[in-house]
Design a binder for this molecule. Structure first.
Ligand SMILES: [Zn+2]
Length: 179
């Protein structure tokens, strides 16, 4: 039996109702896009249901920080990478606060389009704090972004929404290795 978490009624960004499914991200999570504003988001499992990651015997977890204003994406990434240590931030300033207080952060995963601070701006500020920080960009607007910021686009690895959980795991593993 599959549990259908339902279809969202309106776009979480612009509130328009012309939305389209882009397929499954995992068994309980589905990608949607808005025809009006082109926002891409994941809908399904509630982030509250994310199980606490079980620490490995070694206790030496690689630390991944995820910044996205979409809580469904935060929950999905947290679950997809539950063998790593994962911290979540809802915007750029929250991510920078975590970066400035945590001893170890191996990877920053950031959404590109966030209110107040874009993923690109966050990446610049984050590298001031940690010059060697690995960064992975999530975006649902790859073509527009590549046109607008070709140099930056070419210089940072990215995963394009909608993505499958396995694609994200492979990208993380390429950057920082297994947990
Ligand atoms: Zn919209």
């Amino acid at each position: 039996m599959t549990s259908n978490a339902g279809v969202p009624r309106a776009c979480p960004r612009c509130r328009k109702r012309e939305i389209r499914s882009l397929g499954l991200a995992s068994s309980q999570l589905q990608w949607f896009t808005c025809k009006a504003c082109q926002h891409v988001w994941a809908h399904g499992a509630a982030p509250e249901s994310v199980p606490t990651p079980i620490p490995t015997a070694s206790g030496s977890h690689k630390h991944v920080l995820v910044a996205d204003d979409d809580t469904s994406v935060l929950g999905m990434v947290e679950r997809a990478l539950s063998d790593y240590r994962v911290s979540t931030a809802h915007d750029g300033s929250e991510a920078l606060a975590i970066l400035s207080t945590q001893k170890r952060v191996d990877l920053l995963i950031t959404d590109y389009l966030m209110p107040a601070m874009t993923g690109e701006e966050l990446a610049h500020h984050a590298r001031r704090l940690r010059p060697d920080l690995k960064i992975l960009v999530l975006t649902g607007h790859a073509n527009a972004l590549e046109r607008a910021e070709p140099a930056w686009w070419a210089s940072e690895p990215h995963v394009i929404k909608p993505f499958r959980v396995v694609t994200l795991r492979d990208a993380v593993s390429d950057l920082i290795g297994p947990a």
